[in-house]
Design a protein around this ligand. Structure first.
Ligand code: GDP
Length: 479
């Protein structure tokens, strides 16, 4: 248990109906109690885990600062497993700041980002994967992302990781017993006994890894850049996709200056749609800057929607845009799915959109096919809405490759967890190789231990202080 008491405003900045100040630590009750004036002249600590009505009073001036509801919650049945006080005041920034200042003046320390959740982790209420799920739950962009975060918070990911760790530990124990106590007649385990046991652990790790690309998409979303020469209908397409989608998530603030970025919910995956100024060579310096930004947007995209104007023949500009995209590693082939391109580092997928289908067609479709062999094609009109559902379907298939998410799905969604799983899988593979080659069991055991530790980084048992600092510093203050 930590020995100081921390405090912070736990609700977001700005005005709201109510705002909450959270206090946690051994002195939480003693610090908060003198600030609270209870009705009927009651003094003392209010009953635990119940809301108490009262006023927050500045003890030095007797001024009433706010009318509040306060919850005193005794350890250990609290978020941090410490004594916690939550003061619900009126949700104005000045009011909340004043209450916080009073709490700090009583001797509390201002909490660091994520420190409440860090304490929950350090006091054993949550493991590391669960603590990270708190942030994912708060930041979830779609319901699917929220559900996956909730499963992780409930410990479903951790349970599977711990099962794999236990499998590994079982093998390590057998090997090490025979090494440590040879004189006590502990028989040396035979490779054929160990192999199936290691294979079980390997399957458990592989199972977690196999869903992790999909999981990451649900959490991070998919960067989808709309590219094409000017006037083909890129902005219209962005707007049409936004309109056709009932569940718009959130426009991302601050990204609308050069390229427009919006988020739509594509079957639970946050699709970050980026409309660009179009990659067109030449032009004045201002235009050039726009071109540069489009290039950057394309370079960082997971998927590109390449738009052509179906009512006009292909132009030199159209061809140039295509060439640039190919040079960046975009392409189409029968098995180009996003999963494949992420896992194997193959071509990044392009979806070709032939727009303005409501007008007479002048583009030569055969030529576009030859230019982008294997890439999926969709014919659209942003004016009539033709082809838009097919376009969404095409992108969804590319991404999900037929896999669907149900409400009880448990997927690894974090890149950090994925990395640790990869390390664990590599060490398990290496241990099998050592076994195969008949190397001394020490060698097998070293890799098994490394795999065990790699998995422990996910749940936190083997996480370094630096790693903990990094993870919790990404939280907001008050979480
Ligand atoms: P951008 O420069 O590629 O972003 O193209 P815009 O979205 O600004 O569209 C260029 C012009 O094409 C505008 O006048 C649009 O109204 C028009 N436009 C866009 N999509 C369609 C379409 O599907 N059919 C028709 N007929 N016109 C379209």
């Amino acid at each position: 248990m930590q020995n100081d008491t921390i405090a912070a405003i736990a609700t977001p900045p700005g005005s709201g109906g109510i705002g909450v100040i959270r206090v946690s630590g051994p002195e939480a009750f003693a610090l908060a109690q003198p600030l609270l004036r209870q009705p009927g002249g009651c003094t003392g600590i209010p009953p635990s885990h119940l809301l108490t009505y009262g006023q927050i009073v500045d003890p030095s001036t007797e001024e009433i600062v706010d009318e509040v509801l306060v919850a005193f919650m005794s350890a250990p049945r609290t978020y941090t497993r410490e004594d916690v006080v939550e003061i619900q005041g009126h949700g104005g920034p000045l009011v909340l700041q004043r209450i916080l200042r009073l709490v700090l003046a009583q001797g509390a320390r201002m909490a660091n980002p994520g420190e409440f959740t860090l304490r929950a982790f350090l006091n054993g209420r949550l493991d590391l994967a669960q603590a990270e799920a708190v942030m994912d739950l708060i930041d979830a962009q779609t319901e699917a992302g929220q559900r996956l975060a909730m499963q992780q918070l409930r410990g479903r990911v951790s349970t599977q990781v711990q099962e794999a760790r236990q499998s590994i530990l079982g093998v390590v124990a057998r090997i090490e017993a025979s090494i440590d106590f040879p004189e006590e007649d502990v028989p040396t385990p035979q490779p054929e006994e160990l192999r199936p046991l290691i294979t079980i652990a390997r399957r458990q790790v592989d199972a977690l890894l196999s869903g992790s690309e999909q999981g990451r998409l649900y959490r991070q979303g998919l960067r989808t850049t709309i590219i094409g020469r000017p006037n083909v209908g890129k902005s219209s397409l962005l707007n049409a996709l936004l309109r056709s989608e009932r569940a718009i998530v959130t426009p991302i603030a601050g990204t609308t200056r050069d390229t427009v970025e919006e988020v739509v919910n594509l079957r639970g995956i946050p699709l970050h749609l980026i409309d660009t100024a179009g990659i067109t060579p030449g032009g004045d310096p201002v235009e050039q800057m726009g071109v540069e930004r489009s290039r950057r947007a394309a370079e960082s995209a997971d998927v590109v929607l390449l738009v052509f104007d179906g009512a006009e023949p292909l132009s030199g500009q159209d061809r140039q845009v295509s060439e640039e995209l190919k040079a960046m590693g975009f392409g189409g082939s029968a098995d180009t799915t996003l999963q494949a391109s992420m896992v194997r580092g193959t071509l990044r997928p392009v979806v070709v959109v032939i727009n303005k289908a409501d007008r007479e067609r002048h583009v030569e479709i055969g030529e576009v096919h030859r230019m982008w062999p294997g890439a999926p094609f969709v014919v659209t009109s942003t004016l009539t809405g033709q082809g838009l559902p097919e376009l969404e379907e095409t992108v969804a298939n590319l991404v999900l490759a037929g896999k669907t998410l149900h409400s009880e799905s448990v997927l690894v969604t974090s890149a950090r967890h994925q990395e640790s799983l990869r390390h664990a899988a590599e060490h398990l593979r290496a241990s099998l190789v050592s076994l195969e080659r008949g190397l001394p069991l020490d060698f097998v055991s070293i890799d098994l231990r490394a795999a065990y530790d790699a998995l422990g980084e996910i749940t936190g048992e083997t996480a370094s202080d630096d790693l903990l600092d990094k993870i919790f510093s990404e939280f907001c203050i008050g979480k």
